[in-house]
Design a protein around this ligand. Structure first.
Ligand SMILES: NC(=O)c1ccc[n+]([C@@H]2O[C@H](COP(=O)([O-])OP(=O)(O)OC[C@H]3O[C@@H](n4cnc5c(N)ncnc54)[C@H](O)[C@@H]3O)[C@@H](O)[C@H]2O)c1
Ligand SMILES: [Zn+2]
Ligand SMILES: [Zn+2]
Length: 390
Protein backbone atom coordinates (compact mmCIF):
# COMPACT_ATOMS: atom_id res chain seq x y z
CA UNK A 1 0.00 0.00 0.00
CA UNK A 2 0.97 3.66 -0.22
CA UNK A 3 1.85 5.49 3.00
CA UNK A 4 3.55 8.66 4.14
CA UNK A 5 6.82 7.74 5.80
CA UNK A 6 9.36 9.63 7.89
CA UNK A 7 12.96 9.46 6.66
CA UNK A 8 14.66 12.06 8.82
CA UNK A 9 14.32 15.74 9.56
CA UNK A 10 12.32 17.46 6.81
CA UNK A 11 12.20 14.28 4.71
CA UNK A 12 8.74 12.78 4.31
CA UNK A 13 7.99 10.50 1.38
CA UNK A 14 5.07 8.67 -0.09
CA UNK A 15 6.40 5.09 -0.09
CA UNK A 16 5.05 1.68 -0.94
CA UNK A 17 5.04 -0.43 2.24
CA UNK A 18 3.53 -3.75 3.39
CA UNK A 19 -0.19 -3.78 4.11
CA UNK A 20 -0.98 -4.08 7.82
CA UNK A 21 -2.29 -7.38 9.15
CA UNK A 22 -4.35 -8.35 12.19
CA UNK A 23 -1.96 -8.92 15.11
CA UNK A 24 -4.39 -9.27 17.99
CA UNK A 25 -7.95 -10.52 18.43
CA UNK A 26 -9.17 -7.03 19.33
CA UNK A 27 -7.77 -5.41 16.14
CA UNK A 28 -9.51 -4.15 13.07
CA UNK A 29 -8.03 -3.05 9.77
CA UNK A 30 -9.59 -0.06 8.05
CA UNK A 31 -9.33 1.17 4.50
CA UNK A 32 -8.53 4.82 5.17
CA UNK A 33 -10.98 7.16 3.44
CA UNK A 34 -9.67 10.41 5.01
CA UNK A 35 -6.64 11.36 7.04
CA UNK A 36 -5.16 14.67 8.13
CA UNK A 37 -1.83 16.25 8.99
CA UNK A 38 -1.57 17.54 12.57
CA UNK A 39 0.67 20.18 14.16
CA UNK A 40 2.06 17.29 16.20
CA UNK A 41 3.29 15.69 12.97
CA UNK A 42 5.38 18.82 12.41
CA UNK A 43 7.31 18.08 15.61
CA UNK A 44 8.25 14.75 13.98
CA UNK A 45 9.02 16.36 10.65
CA UNK A 46 11.21 18.98 12.32
CA UNK A 47 13.16 16.39 14.30
CA UNK A 48 11.98 17.41 17.78
CA UNK A 49 10.63 14.01 18.76
CA UNK A 50 13.21 11.34 19.58
CA UNK A 51 12.97 7.62 18.70
CA UNK A 52 11.70 8.03 15.13
CA UNK A 53 13.15 5.56 12.64
CA UNK A 54 13.55 5.84 8.90
CA UNK A 55 10.50 4.34 7.19
CA UNK A 56 8.06 4.90 10.09
CA UNK A 57 4.50 5.36 8.79
CA UNK A 58 3.08 8.68 9.97
CA UNK A 59 -0.42 9.84 10.83
CA UNK A 60 -2.81 9.80 13.77
CA UNK A 61 -5.94 11.51 12.45
CA UNK A 62 -7.70 8.89 10.35
CA UNK A 63 -11.04 7.36 9.56
CA UNK A 64 -12.25 4.75 7.13
CA UNK A 65 -14.13 1.61 6.38
CA UNK A 66 -13.59 -1.64 8.29
CA UNK A 67 -12.20 -4.31 5.95
CA UNK A 68 -11.08 -6.97 8.43
CA UNK A 69 -11.71 -7.77 12.09
CA UNK A 70 -9.76 -9.86 14.62
CA UNK A 71 -11.08 -13.24 15.75
CA UNK A 72 -12.27 -12.04 19.12
CA UNK A 73 -13.57 -8.71 17.88
CA UNK A 74 -17.33 -8.17 18.13
CA UNK A 75 -17.89 -4.40 18.10
CA UNK A 76 -17.52 -3.63 14.40
CA UNK A 77 -18.21 -5.55 11.25
CA UNK A 78 -16.75 -5.31 7.77
CA UNK A 79 -18.23 -2.29 6.00
CA UNK A 80 -18.72 -0.10 9.11
CA UNK A 81 -17.35 3.44 8.85
CA UNK A 82 -15.30 4.47 11.88
CA UNK A 83 -13.27 7.40 13.22
CA UNK A 84 -10.14 6.37 15.12
CA UNK A 85 -8.89 8.28 18.20
CA UNK A 86 -5.18 9.10 17.99
CA UNK A 87 -4.30 7.57 21.32
CA UNK A 88 -4.63 3.87 22.04
CA UNK A 89 -6.41 2.77 25.19
CA UNK A 90 -7.18 -0.72 26.49
CA UNK A 91 -10.34 0.34 28.31
CA UNK A 92 -9.56 -1.88 31.29
CA UNK A 93 -6.47 -0.70 33.19
CA UNK A 94 -6.39 1.54 36.28
CA UNK A 95 -6.06 4.69 34.16
CA UNK A 96 -8.69 3.74 31.58
CA UNK A 97 -11.12 3.00 34.41
CA UNK A 98 -10.48 6.56 35.60
CA UNK A 99 -11.18 7.79 32.04
CA UNK A 100 -7.56 8.98 31.73
CA UNK A 101 -7.30 7.31 28.36
CA UNK A 102 -4.17 9.07 27.12
CA UNK A 103 -2.44 7.58 30.15
CA UNK A 104 -3.47 3.97 29.48
CA UNK A 105 -0.98 1.69 31.18
CA UNK A 106 -1.05 -1.10 28.63
CA UNK A 107 -1.14 0.32 25.13
CA UNK A 108 2.46 1.50 24.87
CA UNK A 109 4.32 -1.68 23.99
CA UNK A 110 7.62 0.22 24.35
CA UNK A 111 6.74 1.67 27.75
CA UNK A 112 10.24 1.01 29.07
CA UNK A 113 11.69 3.68 26.78
CA UNK A 114 9.11 6.23 27.90
CA UNK A 115 9.62 5.39 31.58
CA UNK A 116 13.35 6.11 31.22
CA UNK A 117 12.56 9.59 29.91
CA UNK A 118 9.42 10.53 31.83
CA UNK A 119 9.28 8.37 34.92
CA UNK A 120 6.07 6.74 33.68
CA UNK A 121 4.67 5.94 30.28
CA UNK A 122 1.66 7.60 28.67
CA UNK A 123 -0.52 5.58 26.29
CA UNK A 124 0.68 4.38 22.93
CA UNK A 125 -0.04 6.74 20.03
CA UNK A 126 -0.62 5.91 16.40
CA UNK A 127 2.24 6.96 14.12
CA UNK A 128 4.14 8.81 16.83
CA UNK A 129 7.62 7.42 17.51
CA UNK A 130 8.97 4.20 18.99
CA UNK A 131 9.01 5.61 22.49
CA UNK A 132 5.20 5.81 22.23
CA UNK A 133 4.66 2.32 20.91
CA UNK A 134 6.13 2.24 17.41
CA UNK A 135 2.68 1.82 15.86
CA UNK A 136 2.30 2.45 12.13
CA UNK A 137 0.16 5.51 11.52
CA UNK A 138 -2.85 6.24 9.38
CA UNK A 139 -1.59 8.52 6.63
CA UNK A 140 -1.81 5.41 4.52
CA UNK A 141 -4.24 3.37 2.45
CA UNK A 142 -4.83 0.92 5.31
CA UNK A 143 -4.47 1.16 9.07
CA UNK A 144 -4.36 -1.49 11.77
CA UNK A 145 -6.25 -0.24 14.80
CA UNK A 146 -5.20 -1.93 18.05
CA UNK A 147 -7.76 -2.06 20.92
CA UNK A 148 -10.38 -1.37 18.28
CA UNK A 149 -13.20 -2.83 20.37
CA UNK A 150 -12.69 0.09 22.73
CA UNK A 151 -11.38 3.06 20.70
CA UNK A 152 -13.06 3.93 17.42
CA UNK A 153 -16.57 5.31 17.03
CA UNK A 154 -19.04 4.33 14.32
CA UNK A 155 -20.06 7.13 11.97
CA UNK A 156 -23.83 7.60 11.73
CA UNK A 157 -25.31 7.19 8.24
CA UNK A 158 -25.52 10.34 6.21
CA UNK A 159 -22.52 12.13 7.73
CA UNK A 160 -19.59 12.82 5.46
CA UNK A 161 -15.94 12.33 6.36
CA UNK A 162 -15.16 16.04 6.68
CA UNK A 163 -17.79 16.47 9.42
CA UNK A 164 -16.43 13.73 11.68
CA UNK A 165 -12.73 13.21 10.84
CA UNK A 166 -11.52 15.72 13.46
CA UNK A 167 -13.12 13.75 16.28
CA UNK A 168 -9.91 11.72 15.95
CA UNK A 169 -7.88 14.51 17.59
CA UNK A 170 -8.16 18.27 17.11
CA UNK A 171 -11.80 18.82 18.06
CA UNK A 172 -11.49 16.85 21.34
CA UNK A 173 -8.08 18.48 21.87
CA UNK A 174 -9.48 22.01 21.56
CA UNK A 175 -12.39 20.96 23.76
CA UNK A 176 -10.25 19.43 26.51
CA UNK A 177 -7.97 22.49 26.34
CA UNK A 178 -10.96 24.71 27.11
CA UNK A 179 -12.22 22.31 29.78
CA UNK A 180 -8.77 22.29 31.43
CA UNK A 181 -8.83 26.10 31.39
CA UNK A 182 -11.69 25.95 33.94
CA UNK A 183 -13.63 28.69 32.15
CA UNK A 184 -16.28 30.40 34.24
CA UNK A 185 -19.14 32.40 32.74
CA UNK A 186 -17.93 35.66 31.29
CA UNK A 187 -14.21 34.90 31.60
CA UNK A 188 -11.64 36.41 29.29
CA UNK A 189 -9.77 33.58 27.60
CA UNK A 190 -6.48 34.19 25.78
CA UNK A 191 -5.48 31.55 23.26
CA UNK A 192 -1.95 31.39 21.84
CA UNK A 193 -1.80 29.76 18.39
CA UNK A 194 -4.53 29.93 15.74
CA UNK A 195 -3.65 26.64 14.08
CA UNK A 196 -6.29 23.92 13.95
CA UNK A 197 -6.05 23.21 17.70
CA UNK A 198 -6.32 26.90 18.53
CA UNK A 199 -9.38 27.23 16.26
CA UNK A 200 -11.15 24.40 18.10
CA UNK A 201 -10.11 25.83 21.47
CA UNK A 202 -11.72 29.14 20.43
CA UNK A 203 -14.96 27.40 19.44
CA UNK A 204 -14.94 25.36 22.66
CA UNK A 205 -14.20 28.37 24.90
CA UNK A 206 -17.37 30.07 23.62
CA UNK A 207 -19.38 26.89 24.11
CA UNK A 208 -18.16 26.80 27.73
CA UNK A 209 -19.28 30.33 28.53
CA UNK A 210 -16.32 32.60 27.79
CA UNK A 211 -17.22 36.26 27.73
CA UNK A 212 -14.26 37.28 25.62
CA UNK A 213 -11.79 35.32 23.52
CA UNK A 214 -8.46 36.85 22.51
CA UNK A 215 -6.54 34.82 19.93
CA UNK A 216 -2.82 35.28 19.24
CA UNK A 217 -0.78 34.35 16.16
CA UNK A 218 1.02 36.11 13.33
CA UNK A 219 -0.24 34.22 10.29
CA UNK A 220 -2.81 36.51 8.63
CA UNK A 221 -5.26 33.85 7.40
CA UNK A 222 -5.21 32.07 10.74
CA UNK A 223 -5.93 35.32 12.58
CA UNK A 224 -8.65 36.02 10.03
CA UNK A 225 -10.27 32.61 10.68
CA UNK A 226 -10.10 33.32 14.44
CA UNK A 227 -11.89 36.64 13.85
CA UNK A 228 -14.51 35.55 11.37
CA UNK A 229 -15.31 31.97 12.20
CA UNK A 230 -14.12 32.24 15.80
CA UNK A 231 -15.56 35.68 16.65
CA UNK A 232 -12.34 36.32 18.60
CA UNK A 233 -10.44 39.54 19.11
CA UNK A 234 -6.96 38.97 17.71
CA UNK A 235 -3.38 40.00 18.42
CA UNK A 236 -0.48 39.65 15.99
CA UNK A 237 2.62 38.75 17.98
CA UNK A 238 4.88 40.08 15.24
CA UNK A 239 3.22 43.43 15.65
CA UNK A 240 2.63 44.03 19.36
CA UNK A 241 4.15 43.01 22.67
CA UNK A 242 1.67 40.41 23.82
CA UNK A 243 1.96 41.00 27.57
CA UNK A 244 1.47 44.76 27.14
CA UNK A 245 -1.45 44.32 24.76
CA UNK A 246 -3.19 41.81 27.04
CA UNK A 247 -2.77 44.09 30.07
CA UNK A 248 -4.20 46.99 28.12
CA UNK A 249 -7.18 44.93 26.95
CA UNK A 250 -7.97 43.65 30.46
CA UNK A 251 -7.44 46.83 32.49
CA UNK A 252 -4.15 45.51 33.86
CA UNK A 253 -5.65 42.37 35.38
CA UNK A 254 -4.64 39.86 32.69
CA UNK A 255 -6.75 37.17 31.02
CA UNK A 256 -8.54 34.84 33.44
CA UNK A 257 -7.65 31.75 31.44
CA UNK A 258 -4.69 31.22 29.12
CA UNK A 259 -4.43 28.35 26.64
CA UNK A 260 -1.14 27.43 24.96
CA UNK A 261 -2.08 25.89 21.59
CA UNK A 262 1.46 26.28 20.26
CA UNK A 263 3.72 23.96 22.22
CA UNK A 264 7.35 23.16 21.73
CA UNK A 265 8.05 25.04 18.51
CA UNK A 266 6.91 28.53 19.36
CA UNK A 267 8.15 31.23 17.12
CA UNK A 268 8.78 34.58 18.71
CA UNK A 269 10.85 36.56 16.31
CA UNK A 270 13.69 38.38 17.93
CA UNK A 271 12.75 38.19 21.61
CA UNK A 272 15.82 37.32 23.66
CA UNK A 273 14.46 34.16 25.25
CA UNK A 274 13.24 32.80 21.92
CA UNK A 275 16.60 33.42 20.22
CA UNK A 276 18.32 31.53 23.00
CA UNK A 277 15.87 28.61 22.69
CA UNK A 278 16.43 28.44 18.95
CA UNK A 279 20.19 28.45 19.30
CA UNK A 280 20.06 25.73 21.97
CA UNK A 281 17.75 23.56 19.87
CA UNK A 282 20.04 23.95 16.86
CA UNK A 283 23.02 22.86 18.97
CA UNK A 284 21.04 19.97 20.47
CA UNK A 285 21.51 21.35 23.98
CA UNK A 286 17.88 22.36 24.34
CA UNK A 287 14.79 20.23 23.75
CA UNK A 288 11.97 22.77 23.46
CA UNK A 289 11.21 26.40 22.57
CA UNK A 290 8.69 27.33 25.28
CA UNK A 291 8.33 31.09 24.70
CA UNK A 292 4.55 30.89 24.68
CA UNK A 293 4.36 29.03 27.98
CA UNK A 294 6.54 31.72 29.59
CA UNK A 295 4.37 34.46 28.12
CA UNK A 296 1.15 32.78 29.24
CA UNK A 297 2.38 32.37 32.83
CA UNK A 298 3.56 35.97 32.87
CA UNK A 299 0.32 37.33 31.40
CA UNK A 300 -2.29 35.25 33.22
CA UNK A 301 -4.25 37.03 35.94
CA UNK A 302 -3.52 36.13 39.55
CA UNK A 303 -5.37 32.97 40.51
CA UNK A 304 -6.03 32.14 36.87
CA UNK A 305 -5.56 28.94 34.91
CA UNK A 306 -3.06 27.92 32.26
CA UNK A 307 -4.13 25.07 30.02
CA UNK A 308 -1.50 23.43 27.83
CA UNK A 309 -2.67 21.27 24.93
CA UNK A 310 0.48 22.27 22.99
CA UNK A 311 2.95 19.40 23.01
CA UNK A 312 6.20 19.73 24.95
CA UNK A 313 8.90 17.12 24.81
CA UNK A 314 11.80 17.43 27.20
CA UNK A 315 13.51 19.73 29.70
CA UNK A 316 12.16 23.27 29.39
CA UNK A 317 14.46 26.13 30.33
CA UNK A 318 13.63 29.36 32.12
CA UNK A 319 10.02 28.69 32.95
CA UNK A 320 8.89 31.41 35.39
CA UNK A 321 7.75 28.91 37.97
CA UNK A 322 8.18 31.48 40.70
CA UNK A 323 5.59 33.66 38.97
CA UNK A 324 3.25 30.68 38.58
CA UNK A 325 3.61 29.82 42.27
CA UNK A 326 3.36 33.32 43.67
CA UNK A 327 0.44 34.26 41.41
CA UNK A 328 -1.40 31.14 42.52
CA UNK A 329 -1.90 29.80 39.02
CA UNK A 330 -3.37 26.43 38.17
CA UNK A 331 -1.61 24.55 35.36
CA UNK A 332 -3.43 21.76 33.55
CA UNK A 333 -2.18 19.86 30.55
CA UNK A 334 -1.87 16.58 28.75
CA UNK A 335 -2.42 14.54 25.66
CA UNK A 336 -6.14 14.50 25.04
CA UNK A 337 -8.26 11.76 26.60
CA UNK A 338 -9.90 11.53 23.18
CA UNK A 339 -12.12 8.52 23.95
CA UNK A 340 -13.98 10.57 26.59
CA UNK A 341 -15.15 13.11 24.08
CA UNK A 342 -16.06 11.02 21.03
CA UNK A 343 -19.75 10.49 21.80
CA UNK A 344 -20.56 13.92 23.26
CA UNK A 345 -18.74 15.84 20.52
CA UNK A 346 -20.19 13.65 17.76
CA UNK A 347 -23.58 14.59 19.21
CA UNK A 348 -22.70 18.29 18.87
CA UNK A 349 -21.90 17.73 15.20
CA UNK A 350 -25.13 15.74 14.67
CA UNK A 351 -27.12 18.49 16.42
CA UNK A 352 -25.56 21.12 14.17
CA UNK A 353 -23.89 23.02 17.05
CA UNK A 354 -20.60 22.93 15.12
CA UNK A 355 -19.36 21.83 11.71
CA UNK A 356 -15.68 20.94 12.24
CA UNK A 357 -14.95 21.07 8.50
CA UNK A 358 -14.61 24.87 8.68
CA UNK A 359 -10.89 24.47 9.34
CA UNK A 360 -10.06 22.53 6.13
CA UNK A 361 -8.17 24.55 3.54
CA UNK A 362 -6.49 21.81 1.48
CA UNK A 363 -7.75 18.49 0.12
CA UNK A 364 -5.33 16.17 -1.61
CA UNK A 365 -4.13 12.64 -2.30
CA UNK A 366 -1.46 10.77 -0.32
CA UNK A 367 0.99 11.37 -3.16
CA UNK A 368 0.62 15.12 -2.55
CA UNK A 369 1.33 14.56 1.16
CA UNK A 370 5.06 15.37 1.22
CA UNK A 371 4.46 18.73 -0.49
CA UNK A 372 1.53 19.53 1.75
CA UNK A 373 3.57 18.76 4.86
CA UNK A 374 5.86 21.56 3.67
CA UNK A 375 3.01 23.98 2.92
CA UNK A 376 1.52 23.28 6.35
CA UNK A 377 4.88 23.67 8.10
CA UNK A 378 5.76 26.88 6.26
CA UNK A 379 2.21 28.27 6.40
CA UNK A 380 2.26 28.74 2.64
CA UNK A 381 -0.64 28.97 0.25
CA UNK A 382 -3.10 29.75 3.06
CA UNK A 383 -2.64 26.26 4.46
CA UNK A 384 -4.41 25.71 7.79
CA UNK A 385 -5.57 22.08 7.66
CA UNK A 386 -4.81 19.36 5.13
CA UNK A 387 -7.10 16.40 4.55
CA UNK A 388 -5.91 13.59 2.31
CA UNK A 389 -8.07 10.97 0.62
CA UNK A 390 -5.90 7.90 -0.03
N1 LIG B 1 -2.54 17.63 23.63
C1 LIG B 1 -2.86 16.92 22.57
O1 LIG B 1 -3.37 15.81 22.70
C2 LIG B 1 -2.59 17.48 21.22
C3 LIG B 1 -3.32 17.03 20.11
C4 LIG B 1 -3.10 17.66 18.87
C5 LIG B 1 -2.15 18.66 18.76
N2 LIG B 1 -1.45 19.03 19.86
C6 LIG B 1 -0.44 20.10 19.81
O2 LIG B 1 -1.10 21.35 19.72
C7 LIG B 1 -0.21 22.29 19.12
C8 LIG B 1 -0.92 23.01 17.99
O3 LIG B 1 -1.32 22.10 16.97
P1 LIG B 1 -1.82 22.66 15.56
O4 LIG B 1 -2.22 21.50 14.74
O5 LIG B 1 -2.78 23.76 15.76
O6 LIG B 1 -0.41 23.21 15.02
P2 LIG B 1 0.04 24.41 14.05
O7 LIG B 1 1.51 24.26 13.95
O8 LIG B 1 -0.77 24.43 12.81
O9 LIG B 1 -0.32 25.73 14.87
C9 LIG B 1 0.53 26.37 15.75
C10 LIG B 1 0.29 27.87 15.60
O10 LIG B 1 1.02 28.56 16.61
C11 LIG B 1 1.45 29.77 16.06
N3 LIG B 1 2.53 30.34 16.86
C12 LIG B 1 3.86 30.09 16.81
N4 LIG B 1 4.52 30.85 17.71
C13 LIG B 1 3.58 31.59 18.34
C14 LIG B 1 3.65 32.59 19.35
N5 LIG B 1 4.82 32.97 19.87
N6 LIG B 1 2.49 33.16 19.78
C15 LIG B 1 1.29 32.79 19.24
N7 LIG B 1 1.18 31.86 18.25
C16 LIG B 1 2.31 31.27 17.82
C17 LIG B 1 1.86 29.39 14.64
O11 LIG B 1 1.96 30.51 13.78
C18 LIG B 1 0.75 28.42 14.25
O12 LIG B 1 -0.31 29.07 13.60
C19 LIG B 1 1.01 21.49 18.67
O13 LIG B 1 2.02 21.57 19.66
C20 LIG B 1 0.48 20.07 18.63
O14 LIG B 1 1.51 19.13 18.81
C21 LIG B 1 -1.66 18.46 21.06
ZN1 LIG C 1 -2.60 15.39 16.46
ZN1 LIG D 1 -5.78 1.15 29.62
Amino acid sequence: MKALCWHGKGDIRCDTVDDPTIEDDRDIIIKVTSCAICGSDLHLMNGYMPTMESGDVLGHESMGEVVEVGKGHSKFKVGDRVVVPFNLACGECYFCRKKLFSLCDRSNRNAKKAIEVMGHSPSGLLGYSHMLGGYAGGQAEFLRVPYADFGPIKVPDGMDDDQVLFLSDIFPTGWMAAENAEIEDGDTVAIWGCGPVGQFAIQSAWMMGAGRVIAIDKVPERLEMARTHGRAETLDFSDVKIYDALMEMTGGRGPDRCIDCVGTESDAGASADAMLDKAKAALHIGTDRPHVLREAIFSCRKGGTISVPGVYIGMLDHIPFGAAMNKGLTLKMGQTHTHRYLEPLLQKVVDGDIDPSFVITHRASLEDGPDLYKSFRDKEDGCIKVVMKP
